[in-house]
Design a protein around this ligand. Structure first.
Ligand SMILES: [Zn+2]
Length: 339
């Protein structure tokens, strides 16, 4: 019952914010003054060619519309500015990120970012640097296109009535099915990693094999965080300091391992704003999907106002050691109502 009421209230709030641009602005500016910032996460921006893709793409025109809307609502800054504690002002601050070695990043995203002058961070595996082809979900997608869903289900040993359900079942079981032949056409080649870096984009790390890190033992976890990081840095021409968890999945042990590996910050896919109280190794990101500009800004205002759940900094993290500075008002509020 309580969740139903909360959903109803959230729906009413969004409906109101869709209709009232001034209210969106007020809500965003109030959140910005409390030190909140919002990190966005995209996976695939590409023309929508089929309804049952493994990852539903955002159409390039819609992505451009969202970026223009975001730029009108606040400042889109490099992700490093948010984690370094660079002070903000009244205007809301946003950072834009992309996950995975998807060639669509260069084909469709980069021209839009360049055109609009927007900085972004790309969390890459660098799979092509190691002779590896597409991620497992792309192989499933290709297999379904080639031999059909029923045969693909038989090959991976799982039952599903849609491609999305099959991908979901494989992900939940962390079963990275080995389908052949390796698909090298669907993975970002080294020269495209260079193109992103040369365009001034930040390159972060996403692990080579894209395993769900909480499922790995300590030795495997250490290897996943180390293997391929230097090769990616060498290709990008700069150190790799930011990390995004594969599937957004993390826990206290994996966050501690990422910190120990020398990264500066790490990102999940938990919804909600980044605040001065956010653990820098469990920073949430919002995945906007294909919302139109009005819906997008209404949701962005709500996400910016509400901190990401389950991402409060551990008690031992003191304000002085935290990379995200607290405005005075936020510190005072935080004493009464943490999180
Ligand atoms: Zn990923």
């Amino acid at each position: 019952m309580r969740k139903a009421i909360e959903r109803s209230l959230a729906g009413a709030t969004l409906a109101y914010l869709r209709r009232h641009g001034a209210a969106r602005t007020l809500l965003m500016r109030a959140a910005a003054r409390r030190g909140h910032a919002l990190v966005l996460c995209y996976h695939r921006v590409a023309p929508i060619e089929r309804a049952d893709a493994a990852i539903t793409p955002v159409a390039p025109d819609r992505f451009a519309e969202q970026m223009r809307a975001l730029r009108s609502a606040g400042d889109i800054v490099p992700l490093g500015h948010l984690v370094s504690g660079a002070p903000g002002g009244d205007r809301p601050r946003f950072a834009v990120t992309f996950d995975d070695d998807d060639p669509c990043h260069v084909r469709y995203v980069l021209p839009i970012l360049r055109d609009l002058g927007i900085p972004a961070t790309f969390f890459l595996s660098g799979r092509a640097l190691h002779g590896l082809g597409a991620y497992w979900w792309t192989l499933i997608e290709r297999s379904v296109a080639d031999v059909g869903l029923v045969e693909t289900c038989r090959r991976v040993g799982r039952q599903a009535s849609t491609l999305k359900e099959l991908v979901h079942k494989c992900r939940m079981a962390d079963a990275a099915p080995r389908l052949s032949p390796p698909d090298t056409a669907s993975i970002m080649p080294p020269e495209e990693i260079c193109a992103l870096a040369d365009a001034g984009m930040t390159i972060g790390f996403h692990t080579i094999h894209h395993a769900a890190l909480p499922l790995l033992d300590d030795e495997q976890l250490g290897a996943a965080l180390a293997d391929g990081r230097q090769a990616l840095a060498d290709t990008a021409g700069s150190p790799i300091e930011l990390f995004a968890y594969p599937y957004g999945r993390s826990d206290a042990r994996t966050a501690a391992a990422v910190r120990k590996a020398g990264f500066g910050a790490a990102f999940t896919t938990r919804n909600g704003a980044m605040t001065c109280r956010t653990d820098p190794f469990l920073i949430g990101r919002w995945q906007p999907g294909s919302a139109d500009a009005t819906e997008f800004l209404a949701e962005a205002a709500v996400r910016l106002a509400v901190p990401s759940p389950l991402a409060a900094a551990p008690q031992k993290a003191t304000p002085s050691s935290h990379p995200i500075r607290c405005p005075r008002a936020e510190s005072a509020v935080g004493q009464v109502n943490p999180g």
